[in-house]
Write a protein that binds this ligand. Structure first.
Ligand SMILES: *Cc1c(COP(=O)(O)O)cnc(C)c1O
Length: 396
């Protein structure tokens, strides 16, 4: 059989390559940070990690992880409910709930699992899920696993959401689900309006805070802080793999009864391993740091404003952003690739995105700002963008 199947796979791979859609991995030989060393020894300034608060290589988190490694061992070799729950897991869950102003939290190996395991236990074919068209792949997959009726609204389009809510009135319970920040544009979901519509049409709300937690809101508490809705949203999901240290781990946090039921029925929780003690310990330390000071969030917000302002002044077309994601619009797939390659030659590591990752004719370079960046890094990036864009006749 495999001889035939192999030919089929080779053909598939050829078409991916031919369409220019093949994803290549660049090998990094240093810790994650503002400056990274790539294989061959070249040092570049990194503008494409989700390391928003610069915590991926933070000495305080490393120390907490090392300490847990010494005192609690390497791994749990169990799911949570059999023999995989340490005090560290409970403490981290409490820290997350405190951070978001929610009632309880359940940990997962990743946010992909949190989203994969949230819908199916909570909703049935009698219910409705109303989902933003640009929601993350893990939400889409999670919704697929659930028997609820599916409705979809255009990205952040409140008129369309209202229409879908009207259509969903026949169902028993309704859940609106949205990303907090959409990763391609950096726009924030209009949670104030979503919440109003949820009230009006008798629905609950779920927000995936993966790109917004630690970033959005004055103190980085996410979109519920930004829109003054702390404690009001039924379900939040998020990751420990982006702003919160960047290692691994995801969570669902929100209303107590929802979390209670997920602990009983959520399949990625019941049938997948506990996160390692060192990851839990570093997470606890990370939330302590967040409670002690707002320095990292302040620096991130300052950096983002600085970068966006100067890029616009330099003549670039930047998508309106309320996050640490800055989409530099080029509208041409080939150009976005060419530009990213030339920027790398200048020591600036960014990624070009084009169809099918973004709509046709919407090619861009996504720049992700971090609290780890110093003003000199941002200046170098702006200078390199300006130089390359002039060479490519993108700006004057
Ligand atoms: C990154 C991301 C995830 C996945 O998080 P992991 O913890 O890496 O699995 C889920 N949802 C959104 C919106 C994301 O951006």
């Amino acid at each position: 059989m495999y001889q035939d199947y192999k030919l089929y796979l080779q053909d598939e791979l050829f078409h991916i390559e031919e369409a220019g859609l093949s994803k290549k991995e660049r090998i990094i030989v240093s810790p994650q940070g503002a400056l990274i060393k790539v294989i061959g020894g070249k040092e570049v300034i990194n503008f494409c990690a989700n390391n928003y608060l610069g915590l991926s290589n933070d000495s305080r988190l490393i120390e907490a992880a090392k300490n847990a490694l010494d005192t609690r061992g390497f791994g749990m070799s169990s799911v949570r409910f059999i023999c995989g729950t340490q005090d560290l897991h409970k403490k981290l869950e409490a820290s997350i709930a405190k951070f978001f102003g929610t009632e309880d939290t359940i940990l997962y190996a990743a946010c992909f699992d949190a989203n994969g395991g949230v819908f199916e236990p909570l909703l049935s074919e009698k219910d409705a899920i109303i989902s933003d068209a640009l929601n993350h792949a893990s939400i889409i997959d999670g919704v697929r696993l659930c028997k609820a009726q599916r409705y979809r609204y255009a990205n952040a389009d409140m008129k369309d959401l209202e229409n879908q809510l009207i259509a969903a009135q026949a169902q028993r319970f309704r859940l609106i689900v949205t990303d907090g920040v959409f990763s391609m544009d950096g726009n924030v979901a209009p949670l104030d309006k979503i919440y109003e519509l949820a009230e009006k049409y008798h629905a609950m709300v779920m927000v995936d805070e993966s790109h917004s937690a630690g970033v959005v809101g004055k103190t980085g508490r996410g979109v519920t802080e930004r829109f003054n809705l702390r404690g009001k949203i039924e379900i939040l999901t998020g990751t420990l793999g982006k702003a919160f240290g960047g290692a691994i781990g995801g969570f669902t946090t929100g209303k107590k009864e929802i979390i209670d039921l997920l602990r009983q029925r959520s399949r990625p929780y019941l049938f997948s391993n506990s996160i390692p003690p060192m990851v839990a310990a570093a997470g606890i330390r990370m939330f302590e740091i967040m409670n002690e000071t707002n320095d990292l969030q302040d620096k991130l917000h300052k950096n983002t404003a600085y970068f966006v302002e100067r890029m616009i002044a330099a003549g670039f077309d930047i998508k309106p952003t309320e996050s640490a994601i800055c989409a530099v619009m080029l509208y041409d797939a080939r150009l976005s690739q060419e530009m990213a390659t030339r920027l790398l030659d200048e020591g600036i590591y960014v990624t070009g995105f084009y169809y099918p990752v973004v709509p046709k004719g919407q090619a861009r370079i996504r720049v992700q700002i971090s609290a780890a960046h110093e003003t000199a890094h941002l200046d170098k990036c702006i200078t390199a963008f300006t130089k390359v864009a002039r060479e490519l006749a993108i700006i004057k």
